[in-house]
Each structure stands twice: as structure tokens, then as C-alpha cells.
Design a protein around this ligand. Structure first.
Ligand SMILES: *Cc1c(COP(=O)(O)O)cnc(C)c1O
Length: 393
């Protein structure tokens, strides 16, 4: 008999009742060190006092009003994002998937408004993940996500990751945009090298193609800069944000330049919940904390310590781990053992991490994880690796 909850997940037999910082408490009262962070969502840890206070304060005032009216909390967060980034304008969503939908629509509408309605083609890369809507699965194109769901939204071309020549050949006068994650998350913490992003920007500039960055997972301070693309000094025309921006409250956004957003006028897009006062109040508090240069420097310092420890684990367990990937606190351990076995062994040590493609385990801790918790995490990962070795031997 089918479960009351639609069985689309292979769930671990764990349920949590409360959280504090980097720790979660399970139903049986035992504590788990959380390196998954709800998949890069709980950017400031669980039950962060500043976020709890902001949420409670706003909850007592106003939860929801329609976008038929001005929403001051939304305007404030939009101003902060515009101030801190390449963007001139922001649309708020409730998830990354909805951000993907708008990014696709906006790119196509841009050329329609310019009198080039035939420019609808979008180029994406293998290993990409942009969400689960019919548009977003067409963008990512992985067989696992699209199989059985009927005809897909047309117009997407999928290229091998890192194949510059194929990219050059694929951009035609029918292409409207290239979409990619500067660091692939689900795809296995694959960092696009700076020179590739630069070459891609040049290619887009030369052909008038819009560049869309999906920073749903790698953005909002996770790399030690507010957005990952800042490291390369390469800026998109349109960017998707979600996950970390709400610190656990469902919130997403599409950021765009004025030029890219030229086709979006009154009536061309909308959302009932997107940009509600509750979400935007929390998002503004997250933004206030995370965009502080001193906070971002701390992320980099923590990441350096974590990474050094992980390199030590790779050296100590050469049959389990192959190497460390990532940037800042979006870290991956490429495994030689089965990544899912390592994640399971982690559960045995009361440590939570997340599998990704390419036989990688992802470590996406809170950006403010205390140093003692980093030390503890490394010790638990070490014991998990021993457990995997023992099992294999
Ligand atoms: C999680 C994710 C999405 C989808 O976000 P949802 O909030 O789950 O809809 C899109 N792109 C990337 C890179 C993601 O990691």
C-alpha cells in the first residue's frame, strides 16, 4: 500500500524534533551534527536567535499581503540585493524551481521584446540541476529526472561539462541564453574554473546571448563571497537564488540587469506568495548578516580549516576518499567507496552529510559553524571512514 506521504524519497529512518546551531536532536533525544544544513538552506544554523526574533516579530505584525500592493519588507530586501550585486531588479519566489521558471521566461521574453522572437534556444550542461518543474527538468535534461514525463519543453541543448568547442559551435542566432551553476551542487560539487566562466562571458557578449547563473546552492555567502561568481569577476545577466537566502524559510529570487529584464512588464509574471512580508523580513536579516565582509572572511577562514582537515582524511583513508572538491563551505569529498555507504556510516556516528552525483558526499554546514564543531565533524568523518574500511575489509 502506498504511504500517506508520496514515496518520492528514499528516506533515512531519522526524524528530528529540534535544532540549535549545527546540531539536530532526534526523536530519541540523541544529537546529530548537521553538515547537510537542509541542503545548503540553514545557512545560519538551526533556530538562529536573530532569525527567530525577526520571524516572530514579523509574524505578530503581518504574514501575507498580495503583490497587488506595495510590500515594504520586499522592497527593502530587493534594495539590499541590488546594492550588493550586479543586478538592477529582483523578483521574489518561494523556491529555486520557481526562480528557474522565471529565469527561462525572462530570457526568452527579452529577445521577444527586442523583436527577435526566434531566439528561444537555451544551452545547459550535463550534471546540472535547476529544479523539478517541467521547465527546470528540461533545462537539466538528466534521464533520471525527465524519463516518463512526456514531451519536454522544447528549446534546450545539453552540452558536456567543460567542452568549450562544443559550446562555441552550439551558440547560434537562435540562442537566447546559457544557463549554468558556477559550482554544480547535485552534480557533485564541480567548480567551473574561473577562466571557463570568463570565456563563457566573452562568448555570450560576442553573440548577444544572455548568461544565467544558478546560484541557488552556491550563493548567499557559501563560498566566502556573497555570490560564487564574484571570485571570477564574471557577472551574469540573470541569476537564480534560493536555499540559503531564507536561512530555512522558503524564499527564492531572480536577480537581473535592467537590460535583461526589458520584457518583463505589468502582467507578464506574478506569484501569490512570492515576496511575502514574512519571508522577506527573514531574508533581509539573513542578507544583513551574510553580506557583512567580516562574516564572509570568517566563512573563508572556517572553510580553510575544514578543507585542511578533509585533505588529512583523504590521506588517512585512501581506499574510501579520493579527493576534496569545492570552494568555501560548499565542499565535496569524492569517494572511492560508495558515497551512500559513507553517508550511512556517518549516520552511525551521528553525523549528517548529503550524497551527490559523481560518487561525492556534500558537506554544506552552517556558514557560522563553530570551530569546535568543525573539529568534531572531522573526528566523526574519520570514524565513519574507518567503519567503511572495516566493512569492506
Ligand atoms: C536546489 C536547487 C534548485 C531547486 O530549488 P528548489 O528550492 O528545490 O526548487 C535549483 N538549482 C540548484 C542549483 C539547486 O541546488
Amino acid at each position: 500500500m502506498i504511504s500517506a506521504v508520496l514515496p518520492t524519497y528514499n528516506r533515512a529512518p531519522l526524524a528530528f524534533v529540534s535544532g540549535e546551531g549545527s546540531w539536530l536532536t532526534a526523536e530519541d533525544g540523541s544529537r546529530y551534527l548537521d553538515l547537510g544544513g537542509g541542503i545548503a538552506v540553514n545557512s545560519l544554523g538551526h533556530a538562529n536567535p536573530a532569525l527567530v526574533a525577526t520571524l516572530a516579530d514579523q509574524a505578530g505584525k503581518l504574514w501575507h499581503v498580495s503583490n497587488l500592493y506595495r510590500i515594504p519588507e520586499q522592497e527593502r530586501l530587493a534594495d539590499m540585493l541590488v546594492e550588493a550585486t550586479f543586478a538592477d531588479t529582483v523578483f521574489f519566489t518561494n523556491s529555486g524551481t520557481e526562480a528557474a521558471e522565471l529565469a527561462i521566461k525572462m530570457a526568452r521574453k527579452h529577445f521577444y521584446a527586442l523583436g527577435q522572437p526566434e531566439r528561444t534556444g537555451i544551452i545547459a550542461f550535463d550534471g546540472a540541476f535547476h529544479g523539478r518543474s517541467t521547465g527546470a527538468i528540461a533545462a537539466a535534461g538528466s534521464e533520471k529526472m525527465v524519463k516518463g514525463f512526456g514531451p519536454l519543453m522544447p528549446g534546450f541543448t545539453h552540452l558536456k561539462w567543460g567542452d568549450h568547442d562544443a559550446l562555441r559551435a552550439a551558440i547560434t542566432d537562435q540562442t537566447c541564453a546559457v544557463i549554468l551553476e558556477p559550482i554544480q551542487g547535485e552534480g557533485g560539487i564541480r567548480v567551473v574554473p574561473d577562466q571557463c566562466l570568463k570565456a563563457l562571458r566573452d562568448l555570450c557578449d560576442g553573440t548577444g546571448t544572455l548568461l544565467i547563473f544558478d546560484e541557488v546552492q552556491c550563493g548567499m555567502g557559501r563560498t566566502g563571497r556573497l555570490f560564487a561568481h564574484e571570485w571570477a569577476g564574471v557577472y551574469p545577466d540573470i541569476m537564480m537564488v534560493a536555499k540559503g537566502i531564507g536561512g530555512g524559510f522558503p524564499l527564492g529570487a531572480v536577480l537581473a540587469t535592467e537590460g535583461a529584464a526589458n520584457g518583463m512588464v505589468a502582467g507578464s509574471h506574478g506569484s501569490t506568495y512570492g515576496g511575502n512580508p514574512l519571508g522577506c523580513a527573514v531574508g533581509a536579516k539573513v542578507m544583513e548578516i551574510v553580506s557583512d565582509p567580516a562574516f564572509l572572511d570568517q566563512v573563508s577562514a572556517k572553510a580553510a580549516r575544514f578543507r585542511q582537515g578533509l585533505e588529512g582524511l583523504v590521506a588517512a583513508h585512501p581506499t574510501v576518499f579520493e579527493g576534496v572538491r569545492g570552494l568555501g563551505l560548499i565542499l565535496g569529498l569524492k569517494c572511492l567507496a560508495m558515497n551512500t555507504d559513507v553517508v550511512k556510516a556517518g549516520y552511525g556516528e551521528h553525523l549528517l552529510c548529503v550524497p551527490a552525483a559523481d560518487n561525492v558526499i556534500r558537506l554544506l554546514p552552517a556558514l557560522n559553524i563553530p570551530d569546535v564543531d568543525i573539529v568534531e565533524a572531522l573526528a566523526r568523518l574519520d570514524r565513519a571512514a574507518v567503519a567503511v574500511e572495516t566493512h569492506a575489509g
